[in-house]
Design a protein around this ligand. Structure first.
Ligand code: DGY
Length: 323
């Protein structure tokens, strides 16, 4: 008998066919996140849970107790802060994620946010479409900031950080500073990236990109003190997780013009609440957590998660083990 796998993420026929060769696949086919009580019911006898950061909710002690046969939980995401890794280790459940296949796509998004915030693309697009571009428009009022030849500070120099650094160095002739738990000699050599402490990075960067995973150490790593250290002309970009920033401090920093603008893919609460003050600010570009959201990359991530699931359920080591 094939092992049962419950899937909460919408998979393609190709991914389903791959999983079905080795597993008995059951799926959530509703929209968005599966209701928790239904999930707990559906997984009570499965050996695999195939999920994602926004379709399956959190993996915690309650879920693990409720699904005693579980051997593997695969998330279609690189971030796995929705997993209680300690509890998974305790229950001897293997966790897997999907690094690498999304690096370039997330780096593209980080750069889109840098460019669109610096050159005020969203604000000026609205300006044109609302009919405000008239013959007496003051050209100076459309000025933004140069991205090329400026200084980019990357907090979290993992694979995605490196993909951002490559774009910065070779595409935009930028100086790259980085702050990371460990030094990355290769990134220093390849992109001329300069390792520095957080304070120096914040003080000297024109663009500060937050790319660190969310962990107890990085929770609200950027708050009021850090925004005060940034240049008044600085642009803050967050493509990591909303909780790596003290969002109220960000709102204050923008309201008090301590920084110039922000490009945000992630928010403390997602979906972001419609009355969040950030959404009213013309100097904030906001997108709905779309770092890896291209059809090609999401398919590659989905297949990678399927490979991880099947590996564990057929007695092999998964490619991307996290617990
Ligand atoms: C992930 O996969 O964790 C990222 O948030 C993609 O956007």
């Amino acid at each position: 008998m094939k092992p049962k796998v419950y899937v909460t993420y919408p998979i393609s026929n190709e991914v389903e066919a791959f999983l079905s060769k080795s597993c008995d696949v059951q799926k959530w086919e509703g929209d968005g996140e599966i209701p928790r009580d239904l999930l707990l019911k559906e997984i009570s006898d499965v050996e695999g849970l195939y999920t994602s950061r926004n379709t399956g909710g959190v993996v915690d002690e309650e879920l693990l107790i409720n699904a005693p046969n579980l051997k593997v939980i695969s998330t279609v995401s690189v971030g796995y802060n929705h997993f209680d890794v300690e509890a998974m280790n305790k229950h001897e459940v293997i966790g897997t994620n999907t690094p690498e296949v999304l690096d370039e796509t997330v780096a593209d998004l980080a750069f889109s946010l840098i460019l669109s915030t610096a050159r005020r693309i969203v604000e000026l697009d609205r300006y044109v479409k609302e009919g405000n571009w008239q013959s007496d428009t003051k050209y100076q009022e459309t000025y933004g900031k140069d991205v090329h030849s400026s200084t980019l500070g990357i907090i979290g120099m993992g694979r995605i950080g490196e993909a951002i650094a490559r774009r910065a160095k070779f595409g935009f002739n930028m100086d790259v500073l980085y702050y990371n738990r460990n030094r990355k000699p290769e990134a220093e050599e390849k992109f001329g990236a300069e390792y520095c402490d957080l304070e120096s990075l914040l003080t000297h960067s024109d663009f500060v990109v937050l790319m660190t995973p969310l962990t107890p150490e990085t929770f609200q790593i950027i708050g009021a003190k850090e925004f005060k250290l940034m240049k008044e002309s600085a642009i803050f970009i967050n493509v990591s997780r909303g909780q790596t920033v003290d969002e109220n401090a960000l709102i204050q920093a923008l309201e008090n013009k301590e920084i110039y603008g922000a490009g945000l893919d992630v928010f403390e609460l997602e979906p972001v609440e419609v009355d969040n003050p950030l959404l009213k600010m013309p100097n904030v570009v906001a997108v709905p957590h779309i770092g890896s959201a291209t059809a090609r990359t999401e398919e590659a991530m989905a297949m990678r998660a399927a490979e991880n699931t099947v590996a564990v359920l057929t007695g092999k080591e998964p490619i991307d083990r996290i617990s």
